[in-house]
Design a protein around this ligand. Structure first.
Ligand SMILES: [Zn+2]
Length: 333
């Protein structure tokens, strides 16, 4: 436990310390554990119960093969939608419900063997959609597998954990968090082509009318990246409203977008029907793209329950969650 926590802190420092202390960079862990011991052993959750992967692994062995789209267990995403939207309910970015949701998601990530660091930030008071929201502390959950190295390429997948007031947020965005947890599970004992960081962002929803009045968590995350980390980020994908619709929207702020092309090619390989969109700035990928980093959004099909009490688990469709997860796993493979 202690050494795992130490590694987690070290990697978090590598990931988030910015440009300070380049010379004081800690030595890479000579024998990184790709899938560390989960915090709660013998749990009854999805990860500890998994039996669908062939072959035993030893704790220090390199994962036996690359992840594949078929590794996606979408039931994990549906469970997250039911828990976050059905049990916790509306969770504006500084609310007690938001922080309960963050605790739950952190436990899920750790159960799948990820090391989670909390990045705290403050969100201002404002007017969120139709209701006032107070200023207060919010948090990003930053999850790694211990394989991110300073100066080497990495990928990021994120989704936002908060909702507007009064909306249970099943589609917006428990669906994205659910797919994030599906990835965490699928990658627990599988290799990816590059190290991956998973982030559950706080306070994405608007608190005012301008482009600086939303996406607080992802902007705090980007602000914490140093020059080397920005230079080596090969792609950021935001999962936002990924459980509604017959085809998967793949949207970029501008064209051309090599990253969007990569995701489209991955969707093809995974056998997923998709549509590409340009001018997409309405999620956390925009915090990256607006400073010149590669960012793309998956999801965003319009639906009736948007930002309302009608955003309940029954609006979310398992097939669209599967399209999203399969596309991401094909991209990460
Ligand atoms: Zn959203």
């Amino acid at each position: 436990m202690r050494s795992a926590a130490g590694v987690g802190g070290l990697l978090a420092a590598l990931l988030l310390a910015g440009c300070a202390g380049e010379d004081a960079a800690p030595e890479p862990d000579p024998s990184p554990q790709v899938a560390p011991e989960p915090a709660g052993s013998g749990g009854s959750g999805p990860s500890s119960a998994r039996t669908d992967h062939d072959g035993p692994t030893t704790p220090t062995a390199r994962p036996p093969r690359r992840v594949s789209p078929d590794d996606a267990r979408v039931g994990i995403a549906l469970e997250a939608v039911r828990h976050l939207a059905g049990r916790i309910g509306p969770r504006p970015g500084t609310s007690p419900a938001f922080h309960r949701a963050a605790d739950w998601v952190q436990r899920r990530l750790e159960r799948s063997g990820w090391q989670v660091r909390r990045q705290r930030f403050r969100a201002p008071a404002g007017y969120s959609w139709t209701a006032p929201v107070p200023a207060g502390p919010s948090v990003n959950l930053v999850a790694t597998r211990g394989d991110v190295r300073r100066g080497e390429p990495w990928l990021l997948v994120g989704a936002h954990l908060d909702t507007v007031p009064g909306a249970p947020g099943a589609e917006d965005d428990a669906s994205g968090i659910g797919v994030l947890l599906t990835l965490a599970d699928a990658l627990a004992d599988r290799r990816t082509r590059l190290p991956v960081v998973l982030v559950a962002f706080g306070a994405e929803e608007p608190r005012g009318p301008t482009d600086d009045d939303h996406h607080y968590g992802s902007r705090a995350f980007v602000a914490g990246l140093g020059p080397a980390q920005r230079r080596t980020l090969r792609g950021m994908v935001a999962l936002d409203r990924v459980g509604v619709g017959p085809v998967l929207p793949i949207g970029s702020p501008a064209q051309p977008s090599p990253l969007r092309d990569e995701l489209a090619a991955a969707a093809r390989r995974a056998g997923v029907r998709f549509v590409t969109e340009t001018g997409q700035r309405s999620s956390d990928h925009w915090s990256f793209a607006r400073v010149g980093l590669p960012g793309v959004r998956l999801g965003g099909t319009p639906y009736d329950g948007y930002h309302s009490p009608g955003d309940v688990p029954s609006v979310v469709d398992r097939a669209q969650l599967a399209r999203t997860a399969r596309t991401l796993l094909a991209w990460l493979r």
